[in-house]
Write a protein that binds this ligand. Sequence first.
Ligand code: PLP
Length: 359
Amino acid sequence: MNITVERLPEQELKPLFADPTQLGFGKVFTDYMFTAYYRKGQGWVEPKISKLKALQIDPAAVALHYSQEIFEGLKAYAGPDGRILLFRPEQNARRMYASAERLCMAPVPEELFLQGITDLVNLEKRWIPKAPGTSLYIRPTLIGTGDALGVHPADEYLFYVILTPVAAYYKEGFKPISLYVEEHYIRAAVGGVGNVKTGGNYAASLLAAAKAQEKGFSQVLWLDAKENRYAEEVGSMNMFFVFGRKLVTPNLGGSILPGITRASVLELARSLGYEAEERPIGIDEVIAGLQDGTLTEAFGSGTAAVISPVGSLFYQDQNHVIHGNQVGPVTQQLYDRLVDIQYGRAEDPFGWVREIGRL
Ligand SMILES: *Cc1c(COP(=O)(O)O)cnc(C)c1O
């Protein structure tokens, strides 16, 4: 694959953000982006790295009307030894492929996905922040373009990748978040697209999240669409409940996102001697566990936040505190292990980390 690189003159490059711990999430973008186009009869053409700028797409583009849009999220880490590391990027490539197939979009070949990211991140390596907890967040995006308003899959697609240096995801830092158990709105139903990383799922979730935030909660815990009973997931995270030495996470029943962090936490936990179950878990079981003390911790998992301790659950007018609203030892251990692997500070017995270059 021949990726064209259109370099900017030195004086046009943006200055780096002065204090990486104040970056927030997704507010500062780097100088370049990767783009490639899918054209009917031609396949994927014109892979290119060029200046990050506004897109020109037809106002009738399918993405804008019928939501053919999917995305991914992964991070590049600065290793202490100067290696540039990605965490399981081929898993993101495969998930994006599956997402595309579900939404009738032209899938991005794994090689194009990985090479585009590798070359872009290497060109932009000065933007990988080095302060603890910071990283360079990578946002691959696929949209249906084309120019006809009839409801049908697009015949042209744009794949692009943008980069944003980020601090830790939650402004609270590695502190417990508060969840509102949502009983009125639902996020996704089995048979729909809840297991697809598509913007539409987020659009559908914004109102409930805004209402929960108005009431002072960090996020919504979604329940299943059919019985309004089983825990599903949270915002952009999968959910784990800890019962002593046992972890329980909702099984991938089709309505929740198959998180790569979730899969990694399951493997990691088992290797550390925990029992880990993937099964439906009812909110009644969660509340009973909190009342009788068998449910000892809870946390969310996702690339952006890595692991986010949950300090309380608000359900049916009652607030239930988890582990005294403190970070529990299991959550802390899994978080430490996982970030040490991601940042190349610890051995990687699972073969998860990919070196894609040097700083
Ligand atoms: C991306 C995402 C996750 C987490 O997936 P990771 O691969 O662990 O980052 C969880 N839920 C939703 C809805 C997501 O979009």
